[in-house]
Design a protein around this ligand. Structure first.
Ligand SMILES: NC(=O)c1ccc[n+]([C@@H]2O[C@H](COP(=O)([O-])OP(=O)(O)OC[C@H]3O[C@@H](n4cnc5c(N)ncnc54)[C@H](O)[C@@H]3O)[C@@H](O)[C@H]2O)c1
Length: 342
């Protein structure tokens, strides 16, 4: 139920733009994942035709099963790895390509570095070839991780900040993979005139995000631990900061950046700009779930950034987009969805 409400909220927020969704043919990579499956839901709701390519490495078929069952002809799922050159055999023409495919959870960086790096480099090049063939607009979902561990004087971080990344560090497969993906976008734009857009997404949470085991990202992990009454595991002393965007805000920002005219070649931060410590987040979640879980502090992972908060002025000005859902309201939605599952 929460997901339907969210999808309607995003569709309502996008209604007033001049885009004719019924005429749009969209290809989405990574469409069976957390963000991707929401985007598929919204595009189908708005009347677009969607082809979703996903290798189901970190995504789930159940995220899109209803779309497959109920929208024959309007929604097509192709199970395929975008690193594989056979992706180029897709012959359809597209108006827009949304390129989201990539594992994205910190715990996956250690286990699947080659897949992550090749998806964001070779996979991005293959996806750009499809855009070139269709003369489609293409959006790449990059990440706040391209900024690495930013110099505090650049927090909130604007898109112009060049980043502080260690190219051989444990997170480099993701950070440098995304930076290379951005470079591929810029190269195809320069050499072939492709209409590219890049969004650097900051921590997003909401229904469908994976909470399972070590892959869980911080919000679902804390919620899961609080609801079970298990210890809440905090890295370091919890003084590192993050900002948390609810799914509806992030998806609206991505779709605005992908579809609006006049923003070709641009890079946008998409995220919530309310910075807080991880310990503050843990306290809020414990309170909202009426939990008595204790806090347990463990070693900070290598390369964990000390501060993370976007400057979203550019998206506000050029996309007419600002984050609207505050953390308490977003957590309430998320916790109610988690409770629906139990
Ligand atoms: N959720 C966030 O907070 C966040 C923050 C920054 C950036 N992003 C970016 O947004 C995108 C989506 O993230 P998400 O949170 O939905 O993650 P997710 O893991 O839920 O979704 C990623 C999807 O890509 C698919 N995939 C991975 N490698 C693939 C490959 N080689 N070929 C085909 N499919 C492949 C996975 O199966 C999965 O369905 C990613 O590119 C991620 O880097 C997300």
């Amino acid at each position: 139920m929460q997901i339907e409400k969210d999808v309607r909220a995003i569709a309502d927020a996008l209604k007033n733009s001049s885009i004719d969704y019924a005429d749009l043919r969209v290809l989405i990579t990574g469409g069976a994942g957390f963000l991707g499956s929401y985007i598929c839901d919204v595009l189908i709701e708005m009347g677009a035709t969607v082809v979703c390519v996903d290798n189901l490495s970190s995504g789930r078929l159940e995220n899109i099963q209803e779309l497959i069952d109920q929208n024959e002809g309007q929604f097509t799922f192709i199970r395929q790895d975008i690193v594989d050159a056979s992706i180029l055999e897709i012959e359809d023409q597209f108006d827009v390509i949304l390129h989201l495919a990539s594992r994205a959870a910190p715990m996956e960086f250690e286990k699947y570095p080659i897949a992550i790096l090749s998806t964001n480099t070779i996979g991005t090049m293959n996806t750009l070839e499809l855009a070139k063939r269709s003369n489609a607009k293409i959006l790449f979902t990059s990440t706040s991780e391209t900024y690495g561990d930013p110099d505090p004087q650049f927090v909130p971080t604007p898109e112009t900040y060049a980043g502080s990344v260690i190219s051989t560090g444990i997170r480099s497969c993701y950070e440098e993979g995304k930076r290379s993906g951005e470079a591929f976008m810029a190269a195809y734009r320069r050499q072939y005139g492709i209409d590219t857009r890049i969004v650097r997404i900051f921590n997003t949470y909401g229904p469908k995000i994976r909470a399972d085991g070590v892959y869980g990202r911080v919000v679902p992990r804390f919620v899961d631990q609080s609801l079970r009454g298990d210890p809440i595991t905090i890295f370091g002393d919890g003084s590192q900061t993050r900002s948390f965007s609810y799914i509806t805000d992030t998806v609206e920002g991505i779709l605005r950046a992908a579809l609006l005219d006049g923003v070709s070649g641009e890079v946008f931060n998409i995220g919530n700009d309310k910075e807080m410590t991880v310990l503050q987040l843990a306290k809020i979640i414990r309170e909202q779930t009426n939990s008595e879980s204790e806090f347990v502090f463990s070693k900070l992972p290598e390369g964990d950034p000390k501060r993370r908060c976007p400057d979203v002025t550019k998206a506000a000005t050029m996309l007419n987009w600002t984050p609207k859902v505050d953390l308490n309201a977003g957590l309430k939605n998320f916790i109610s969805w988690v409770s629906e599952l139990k």
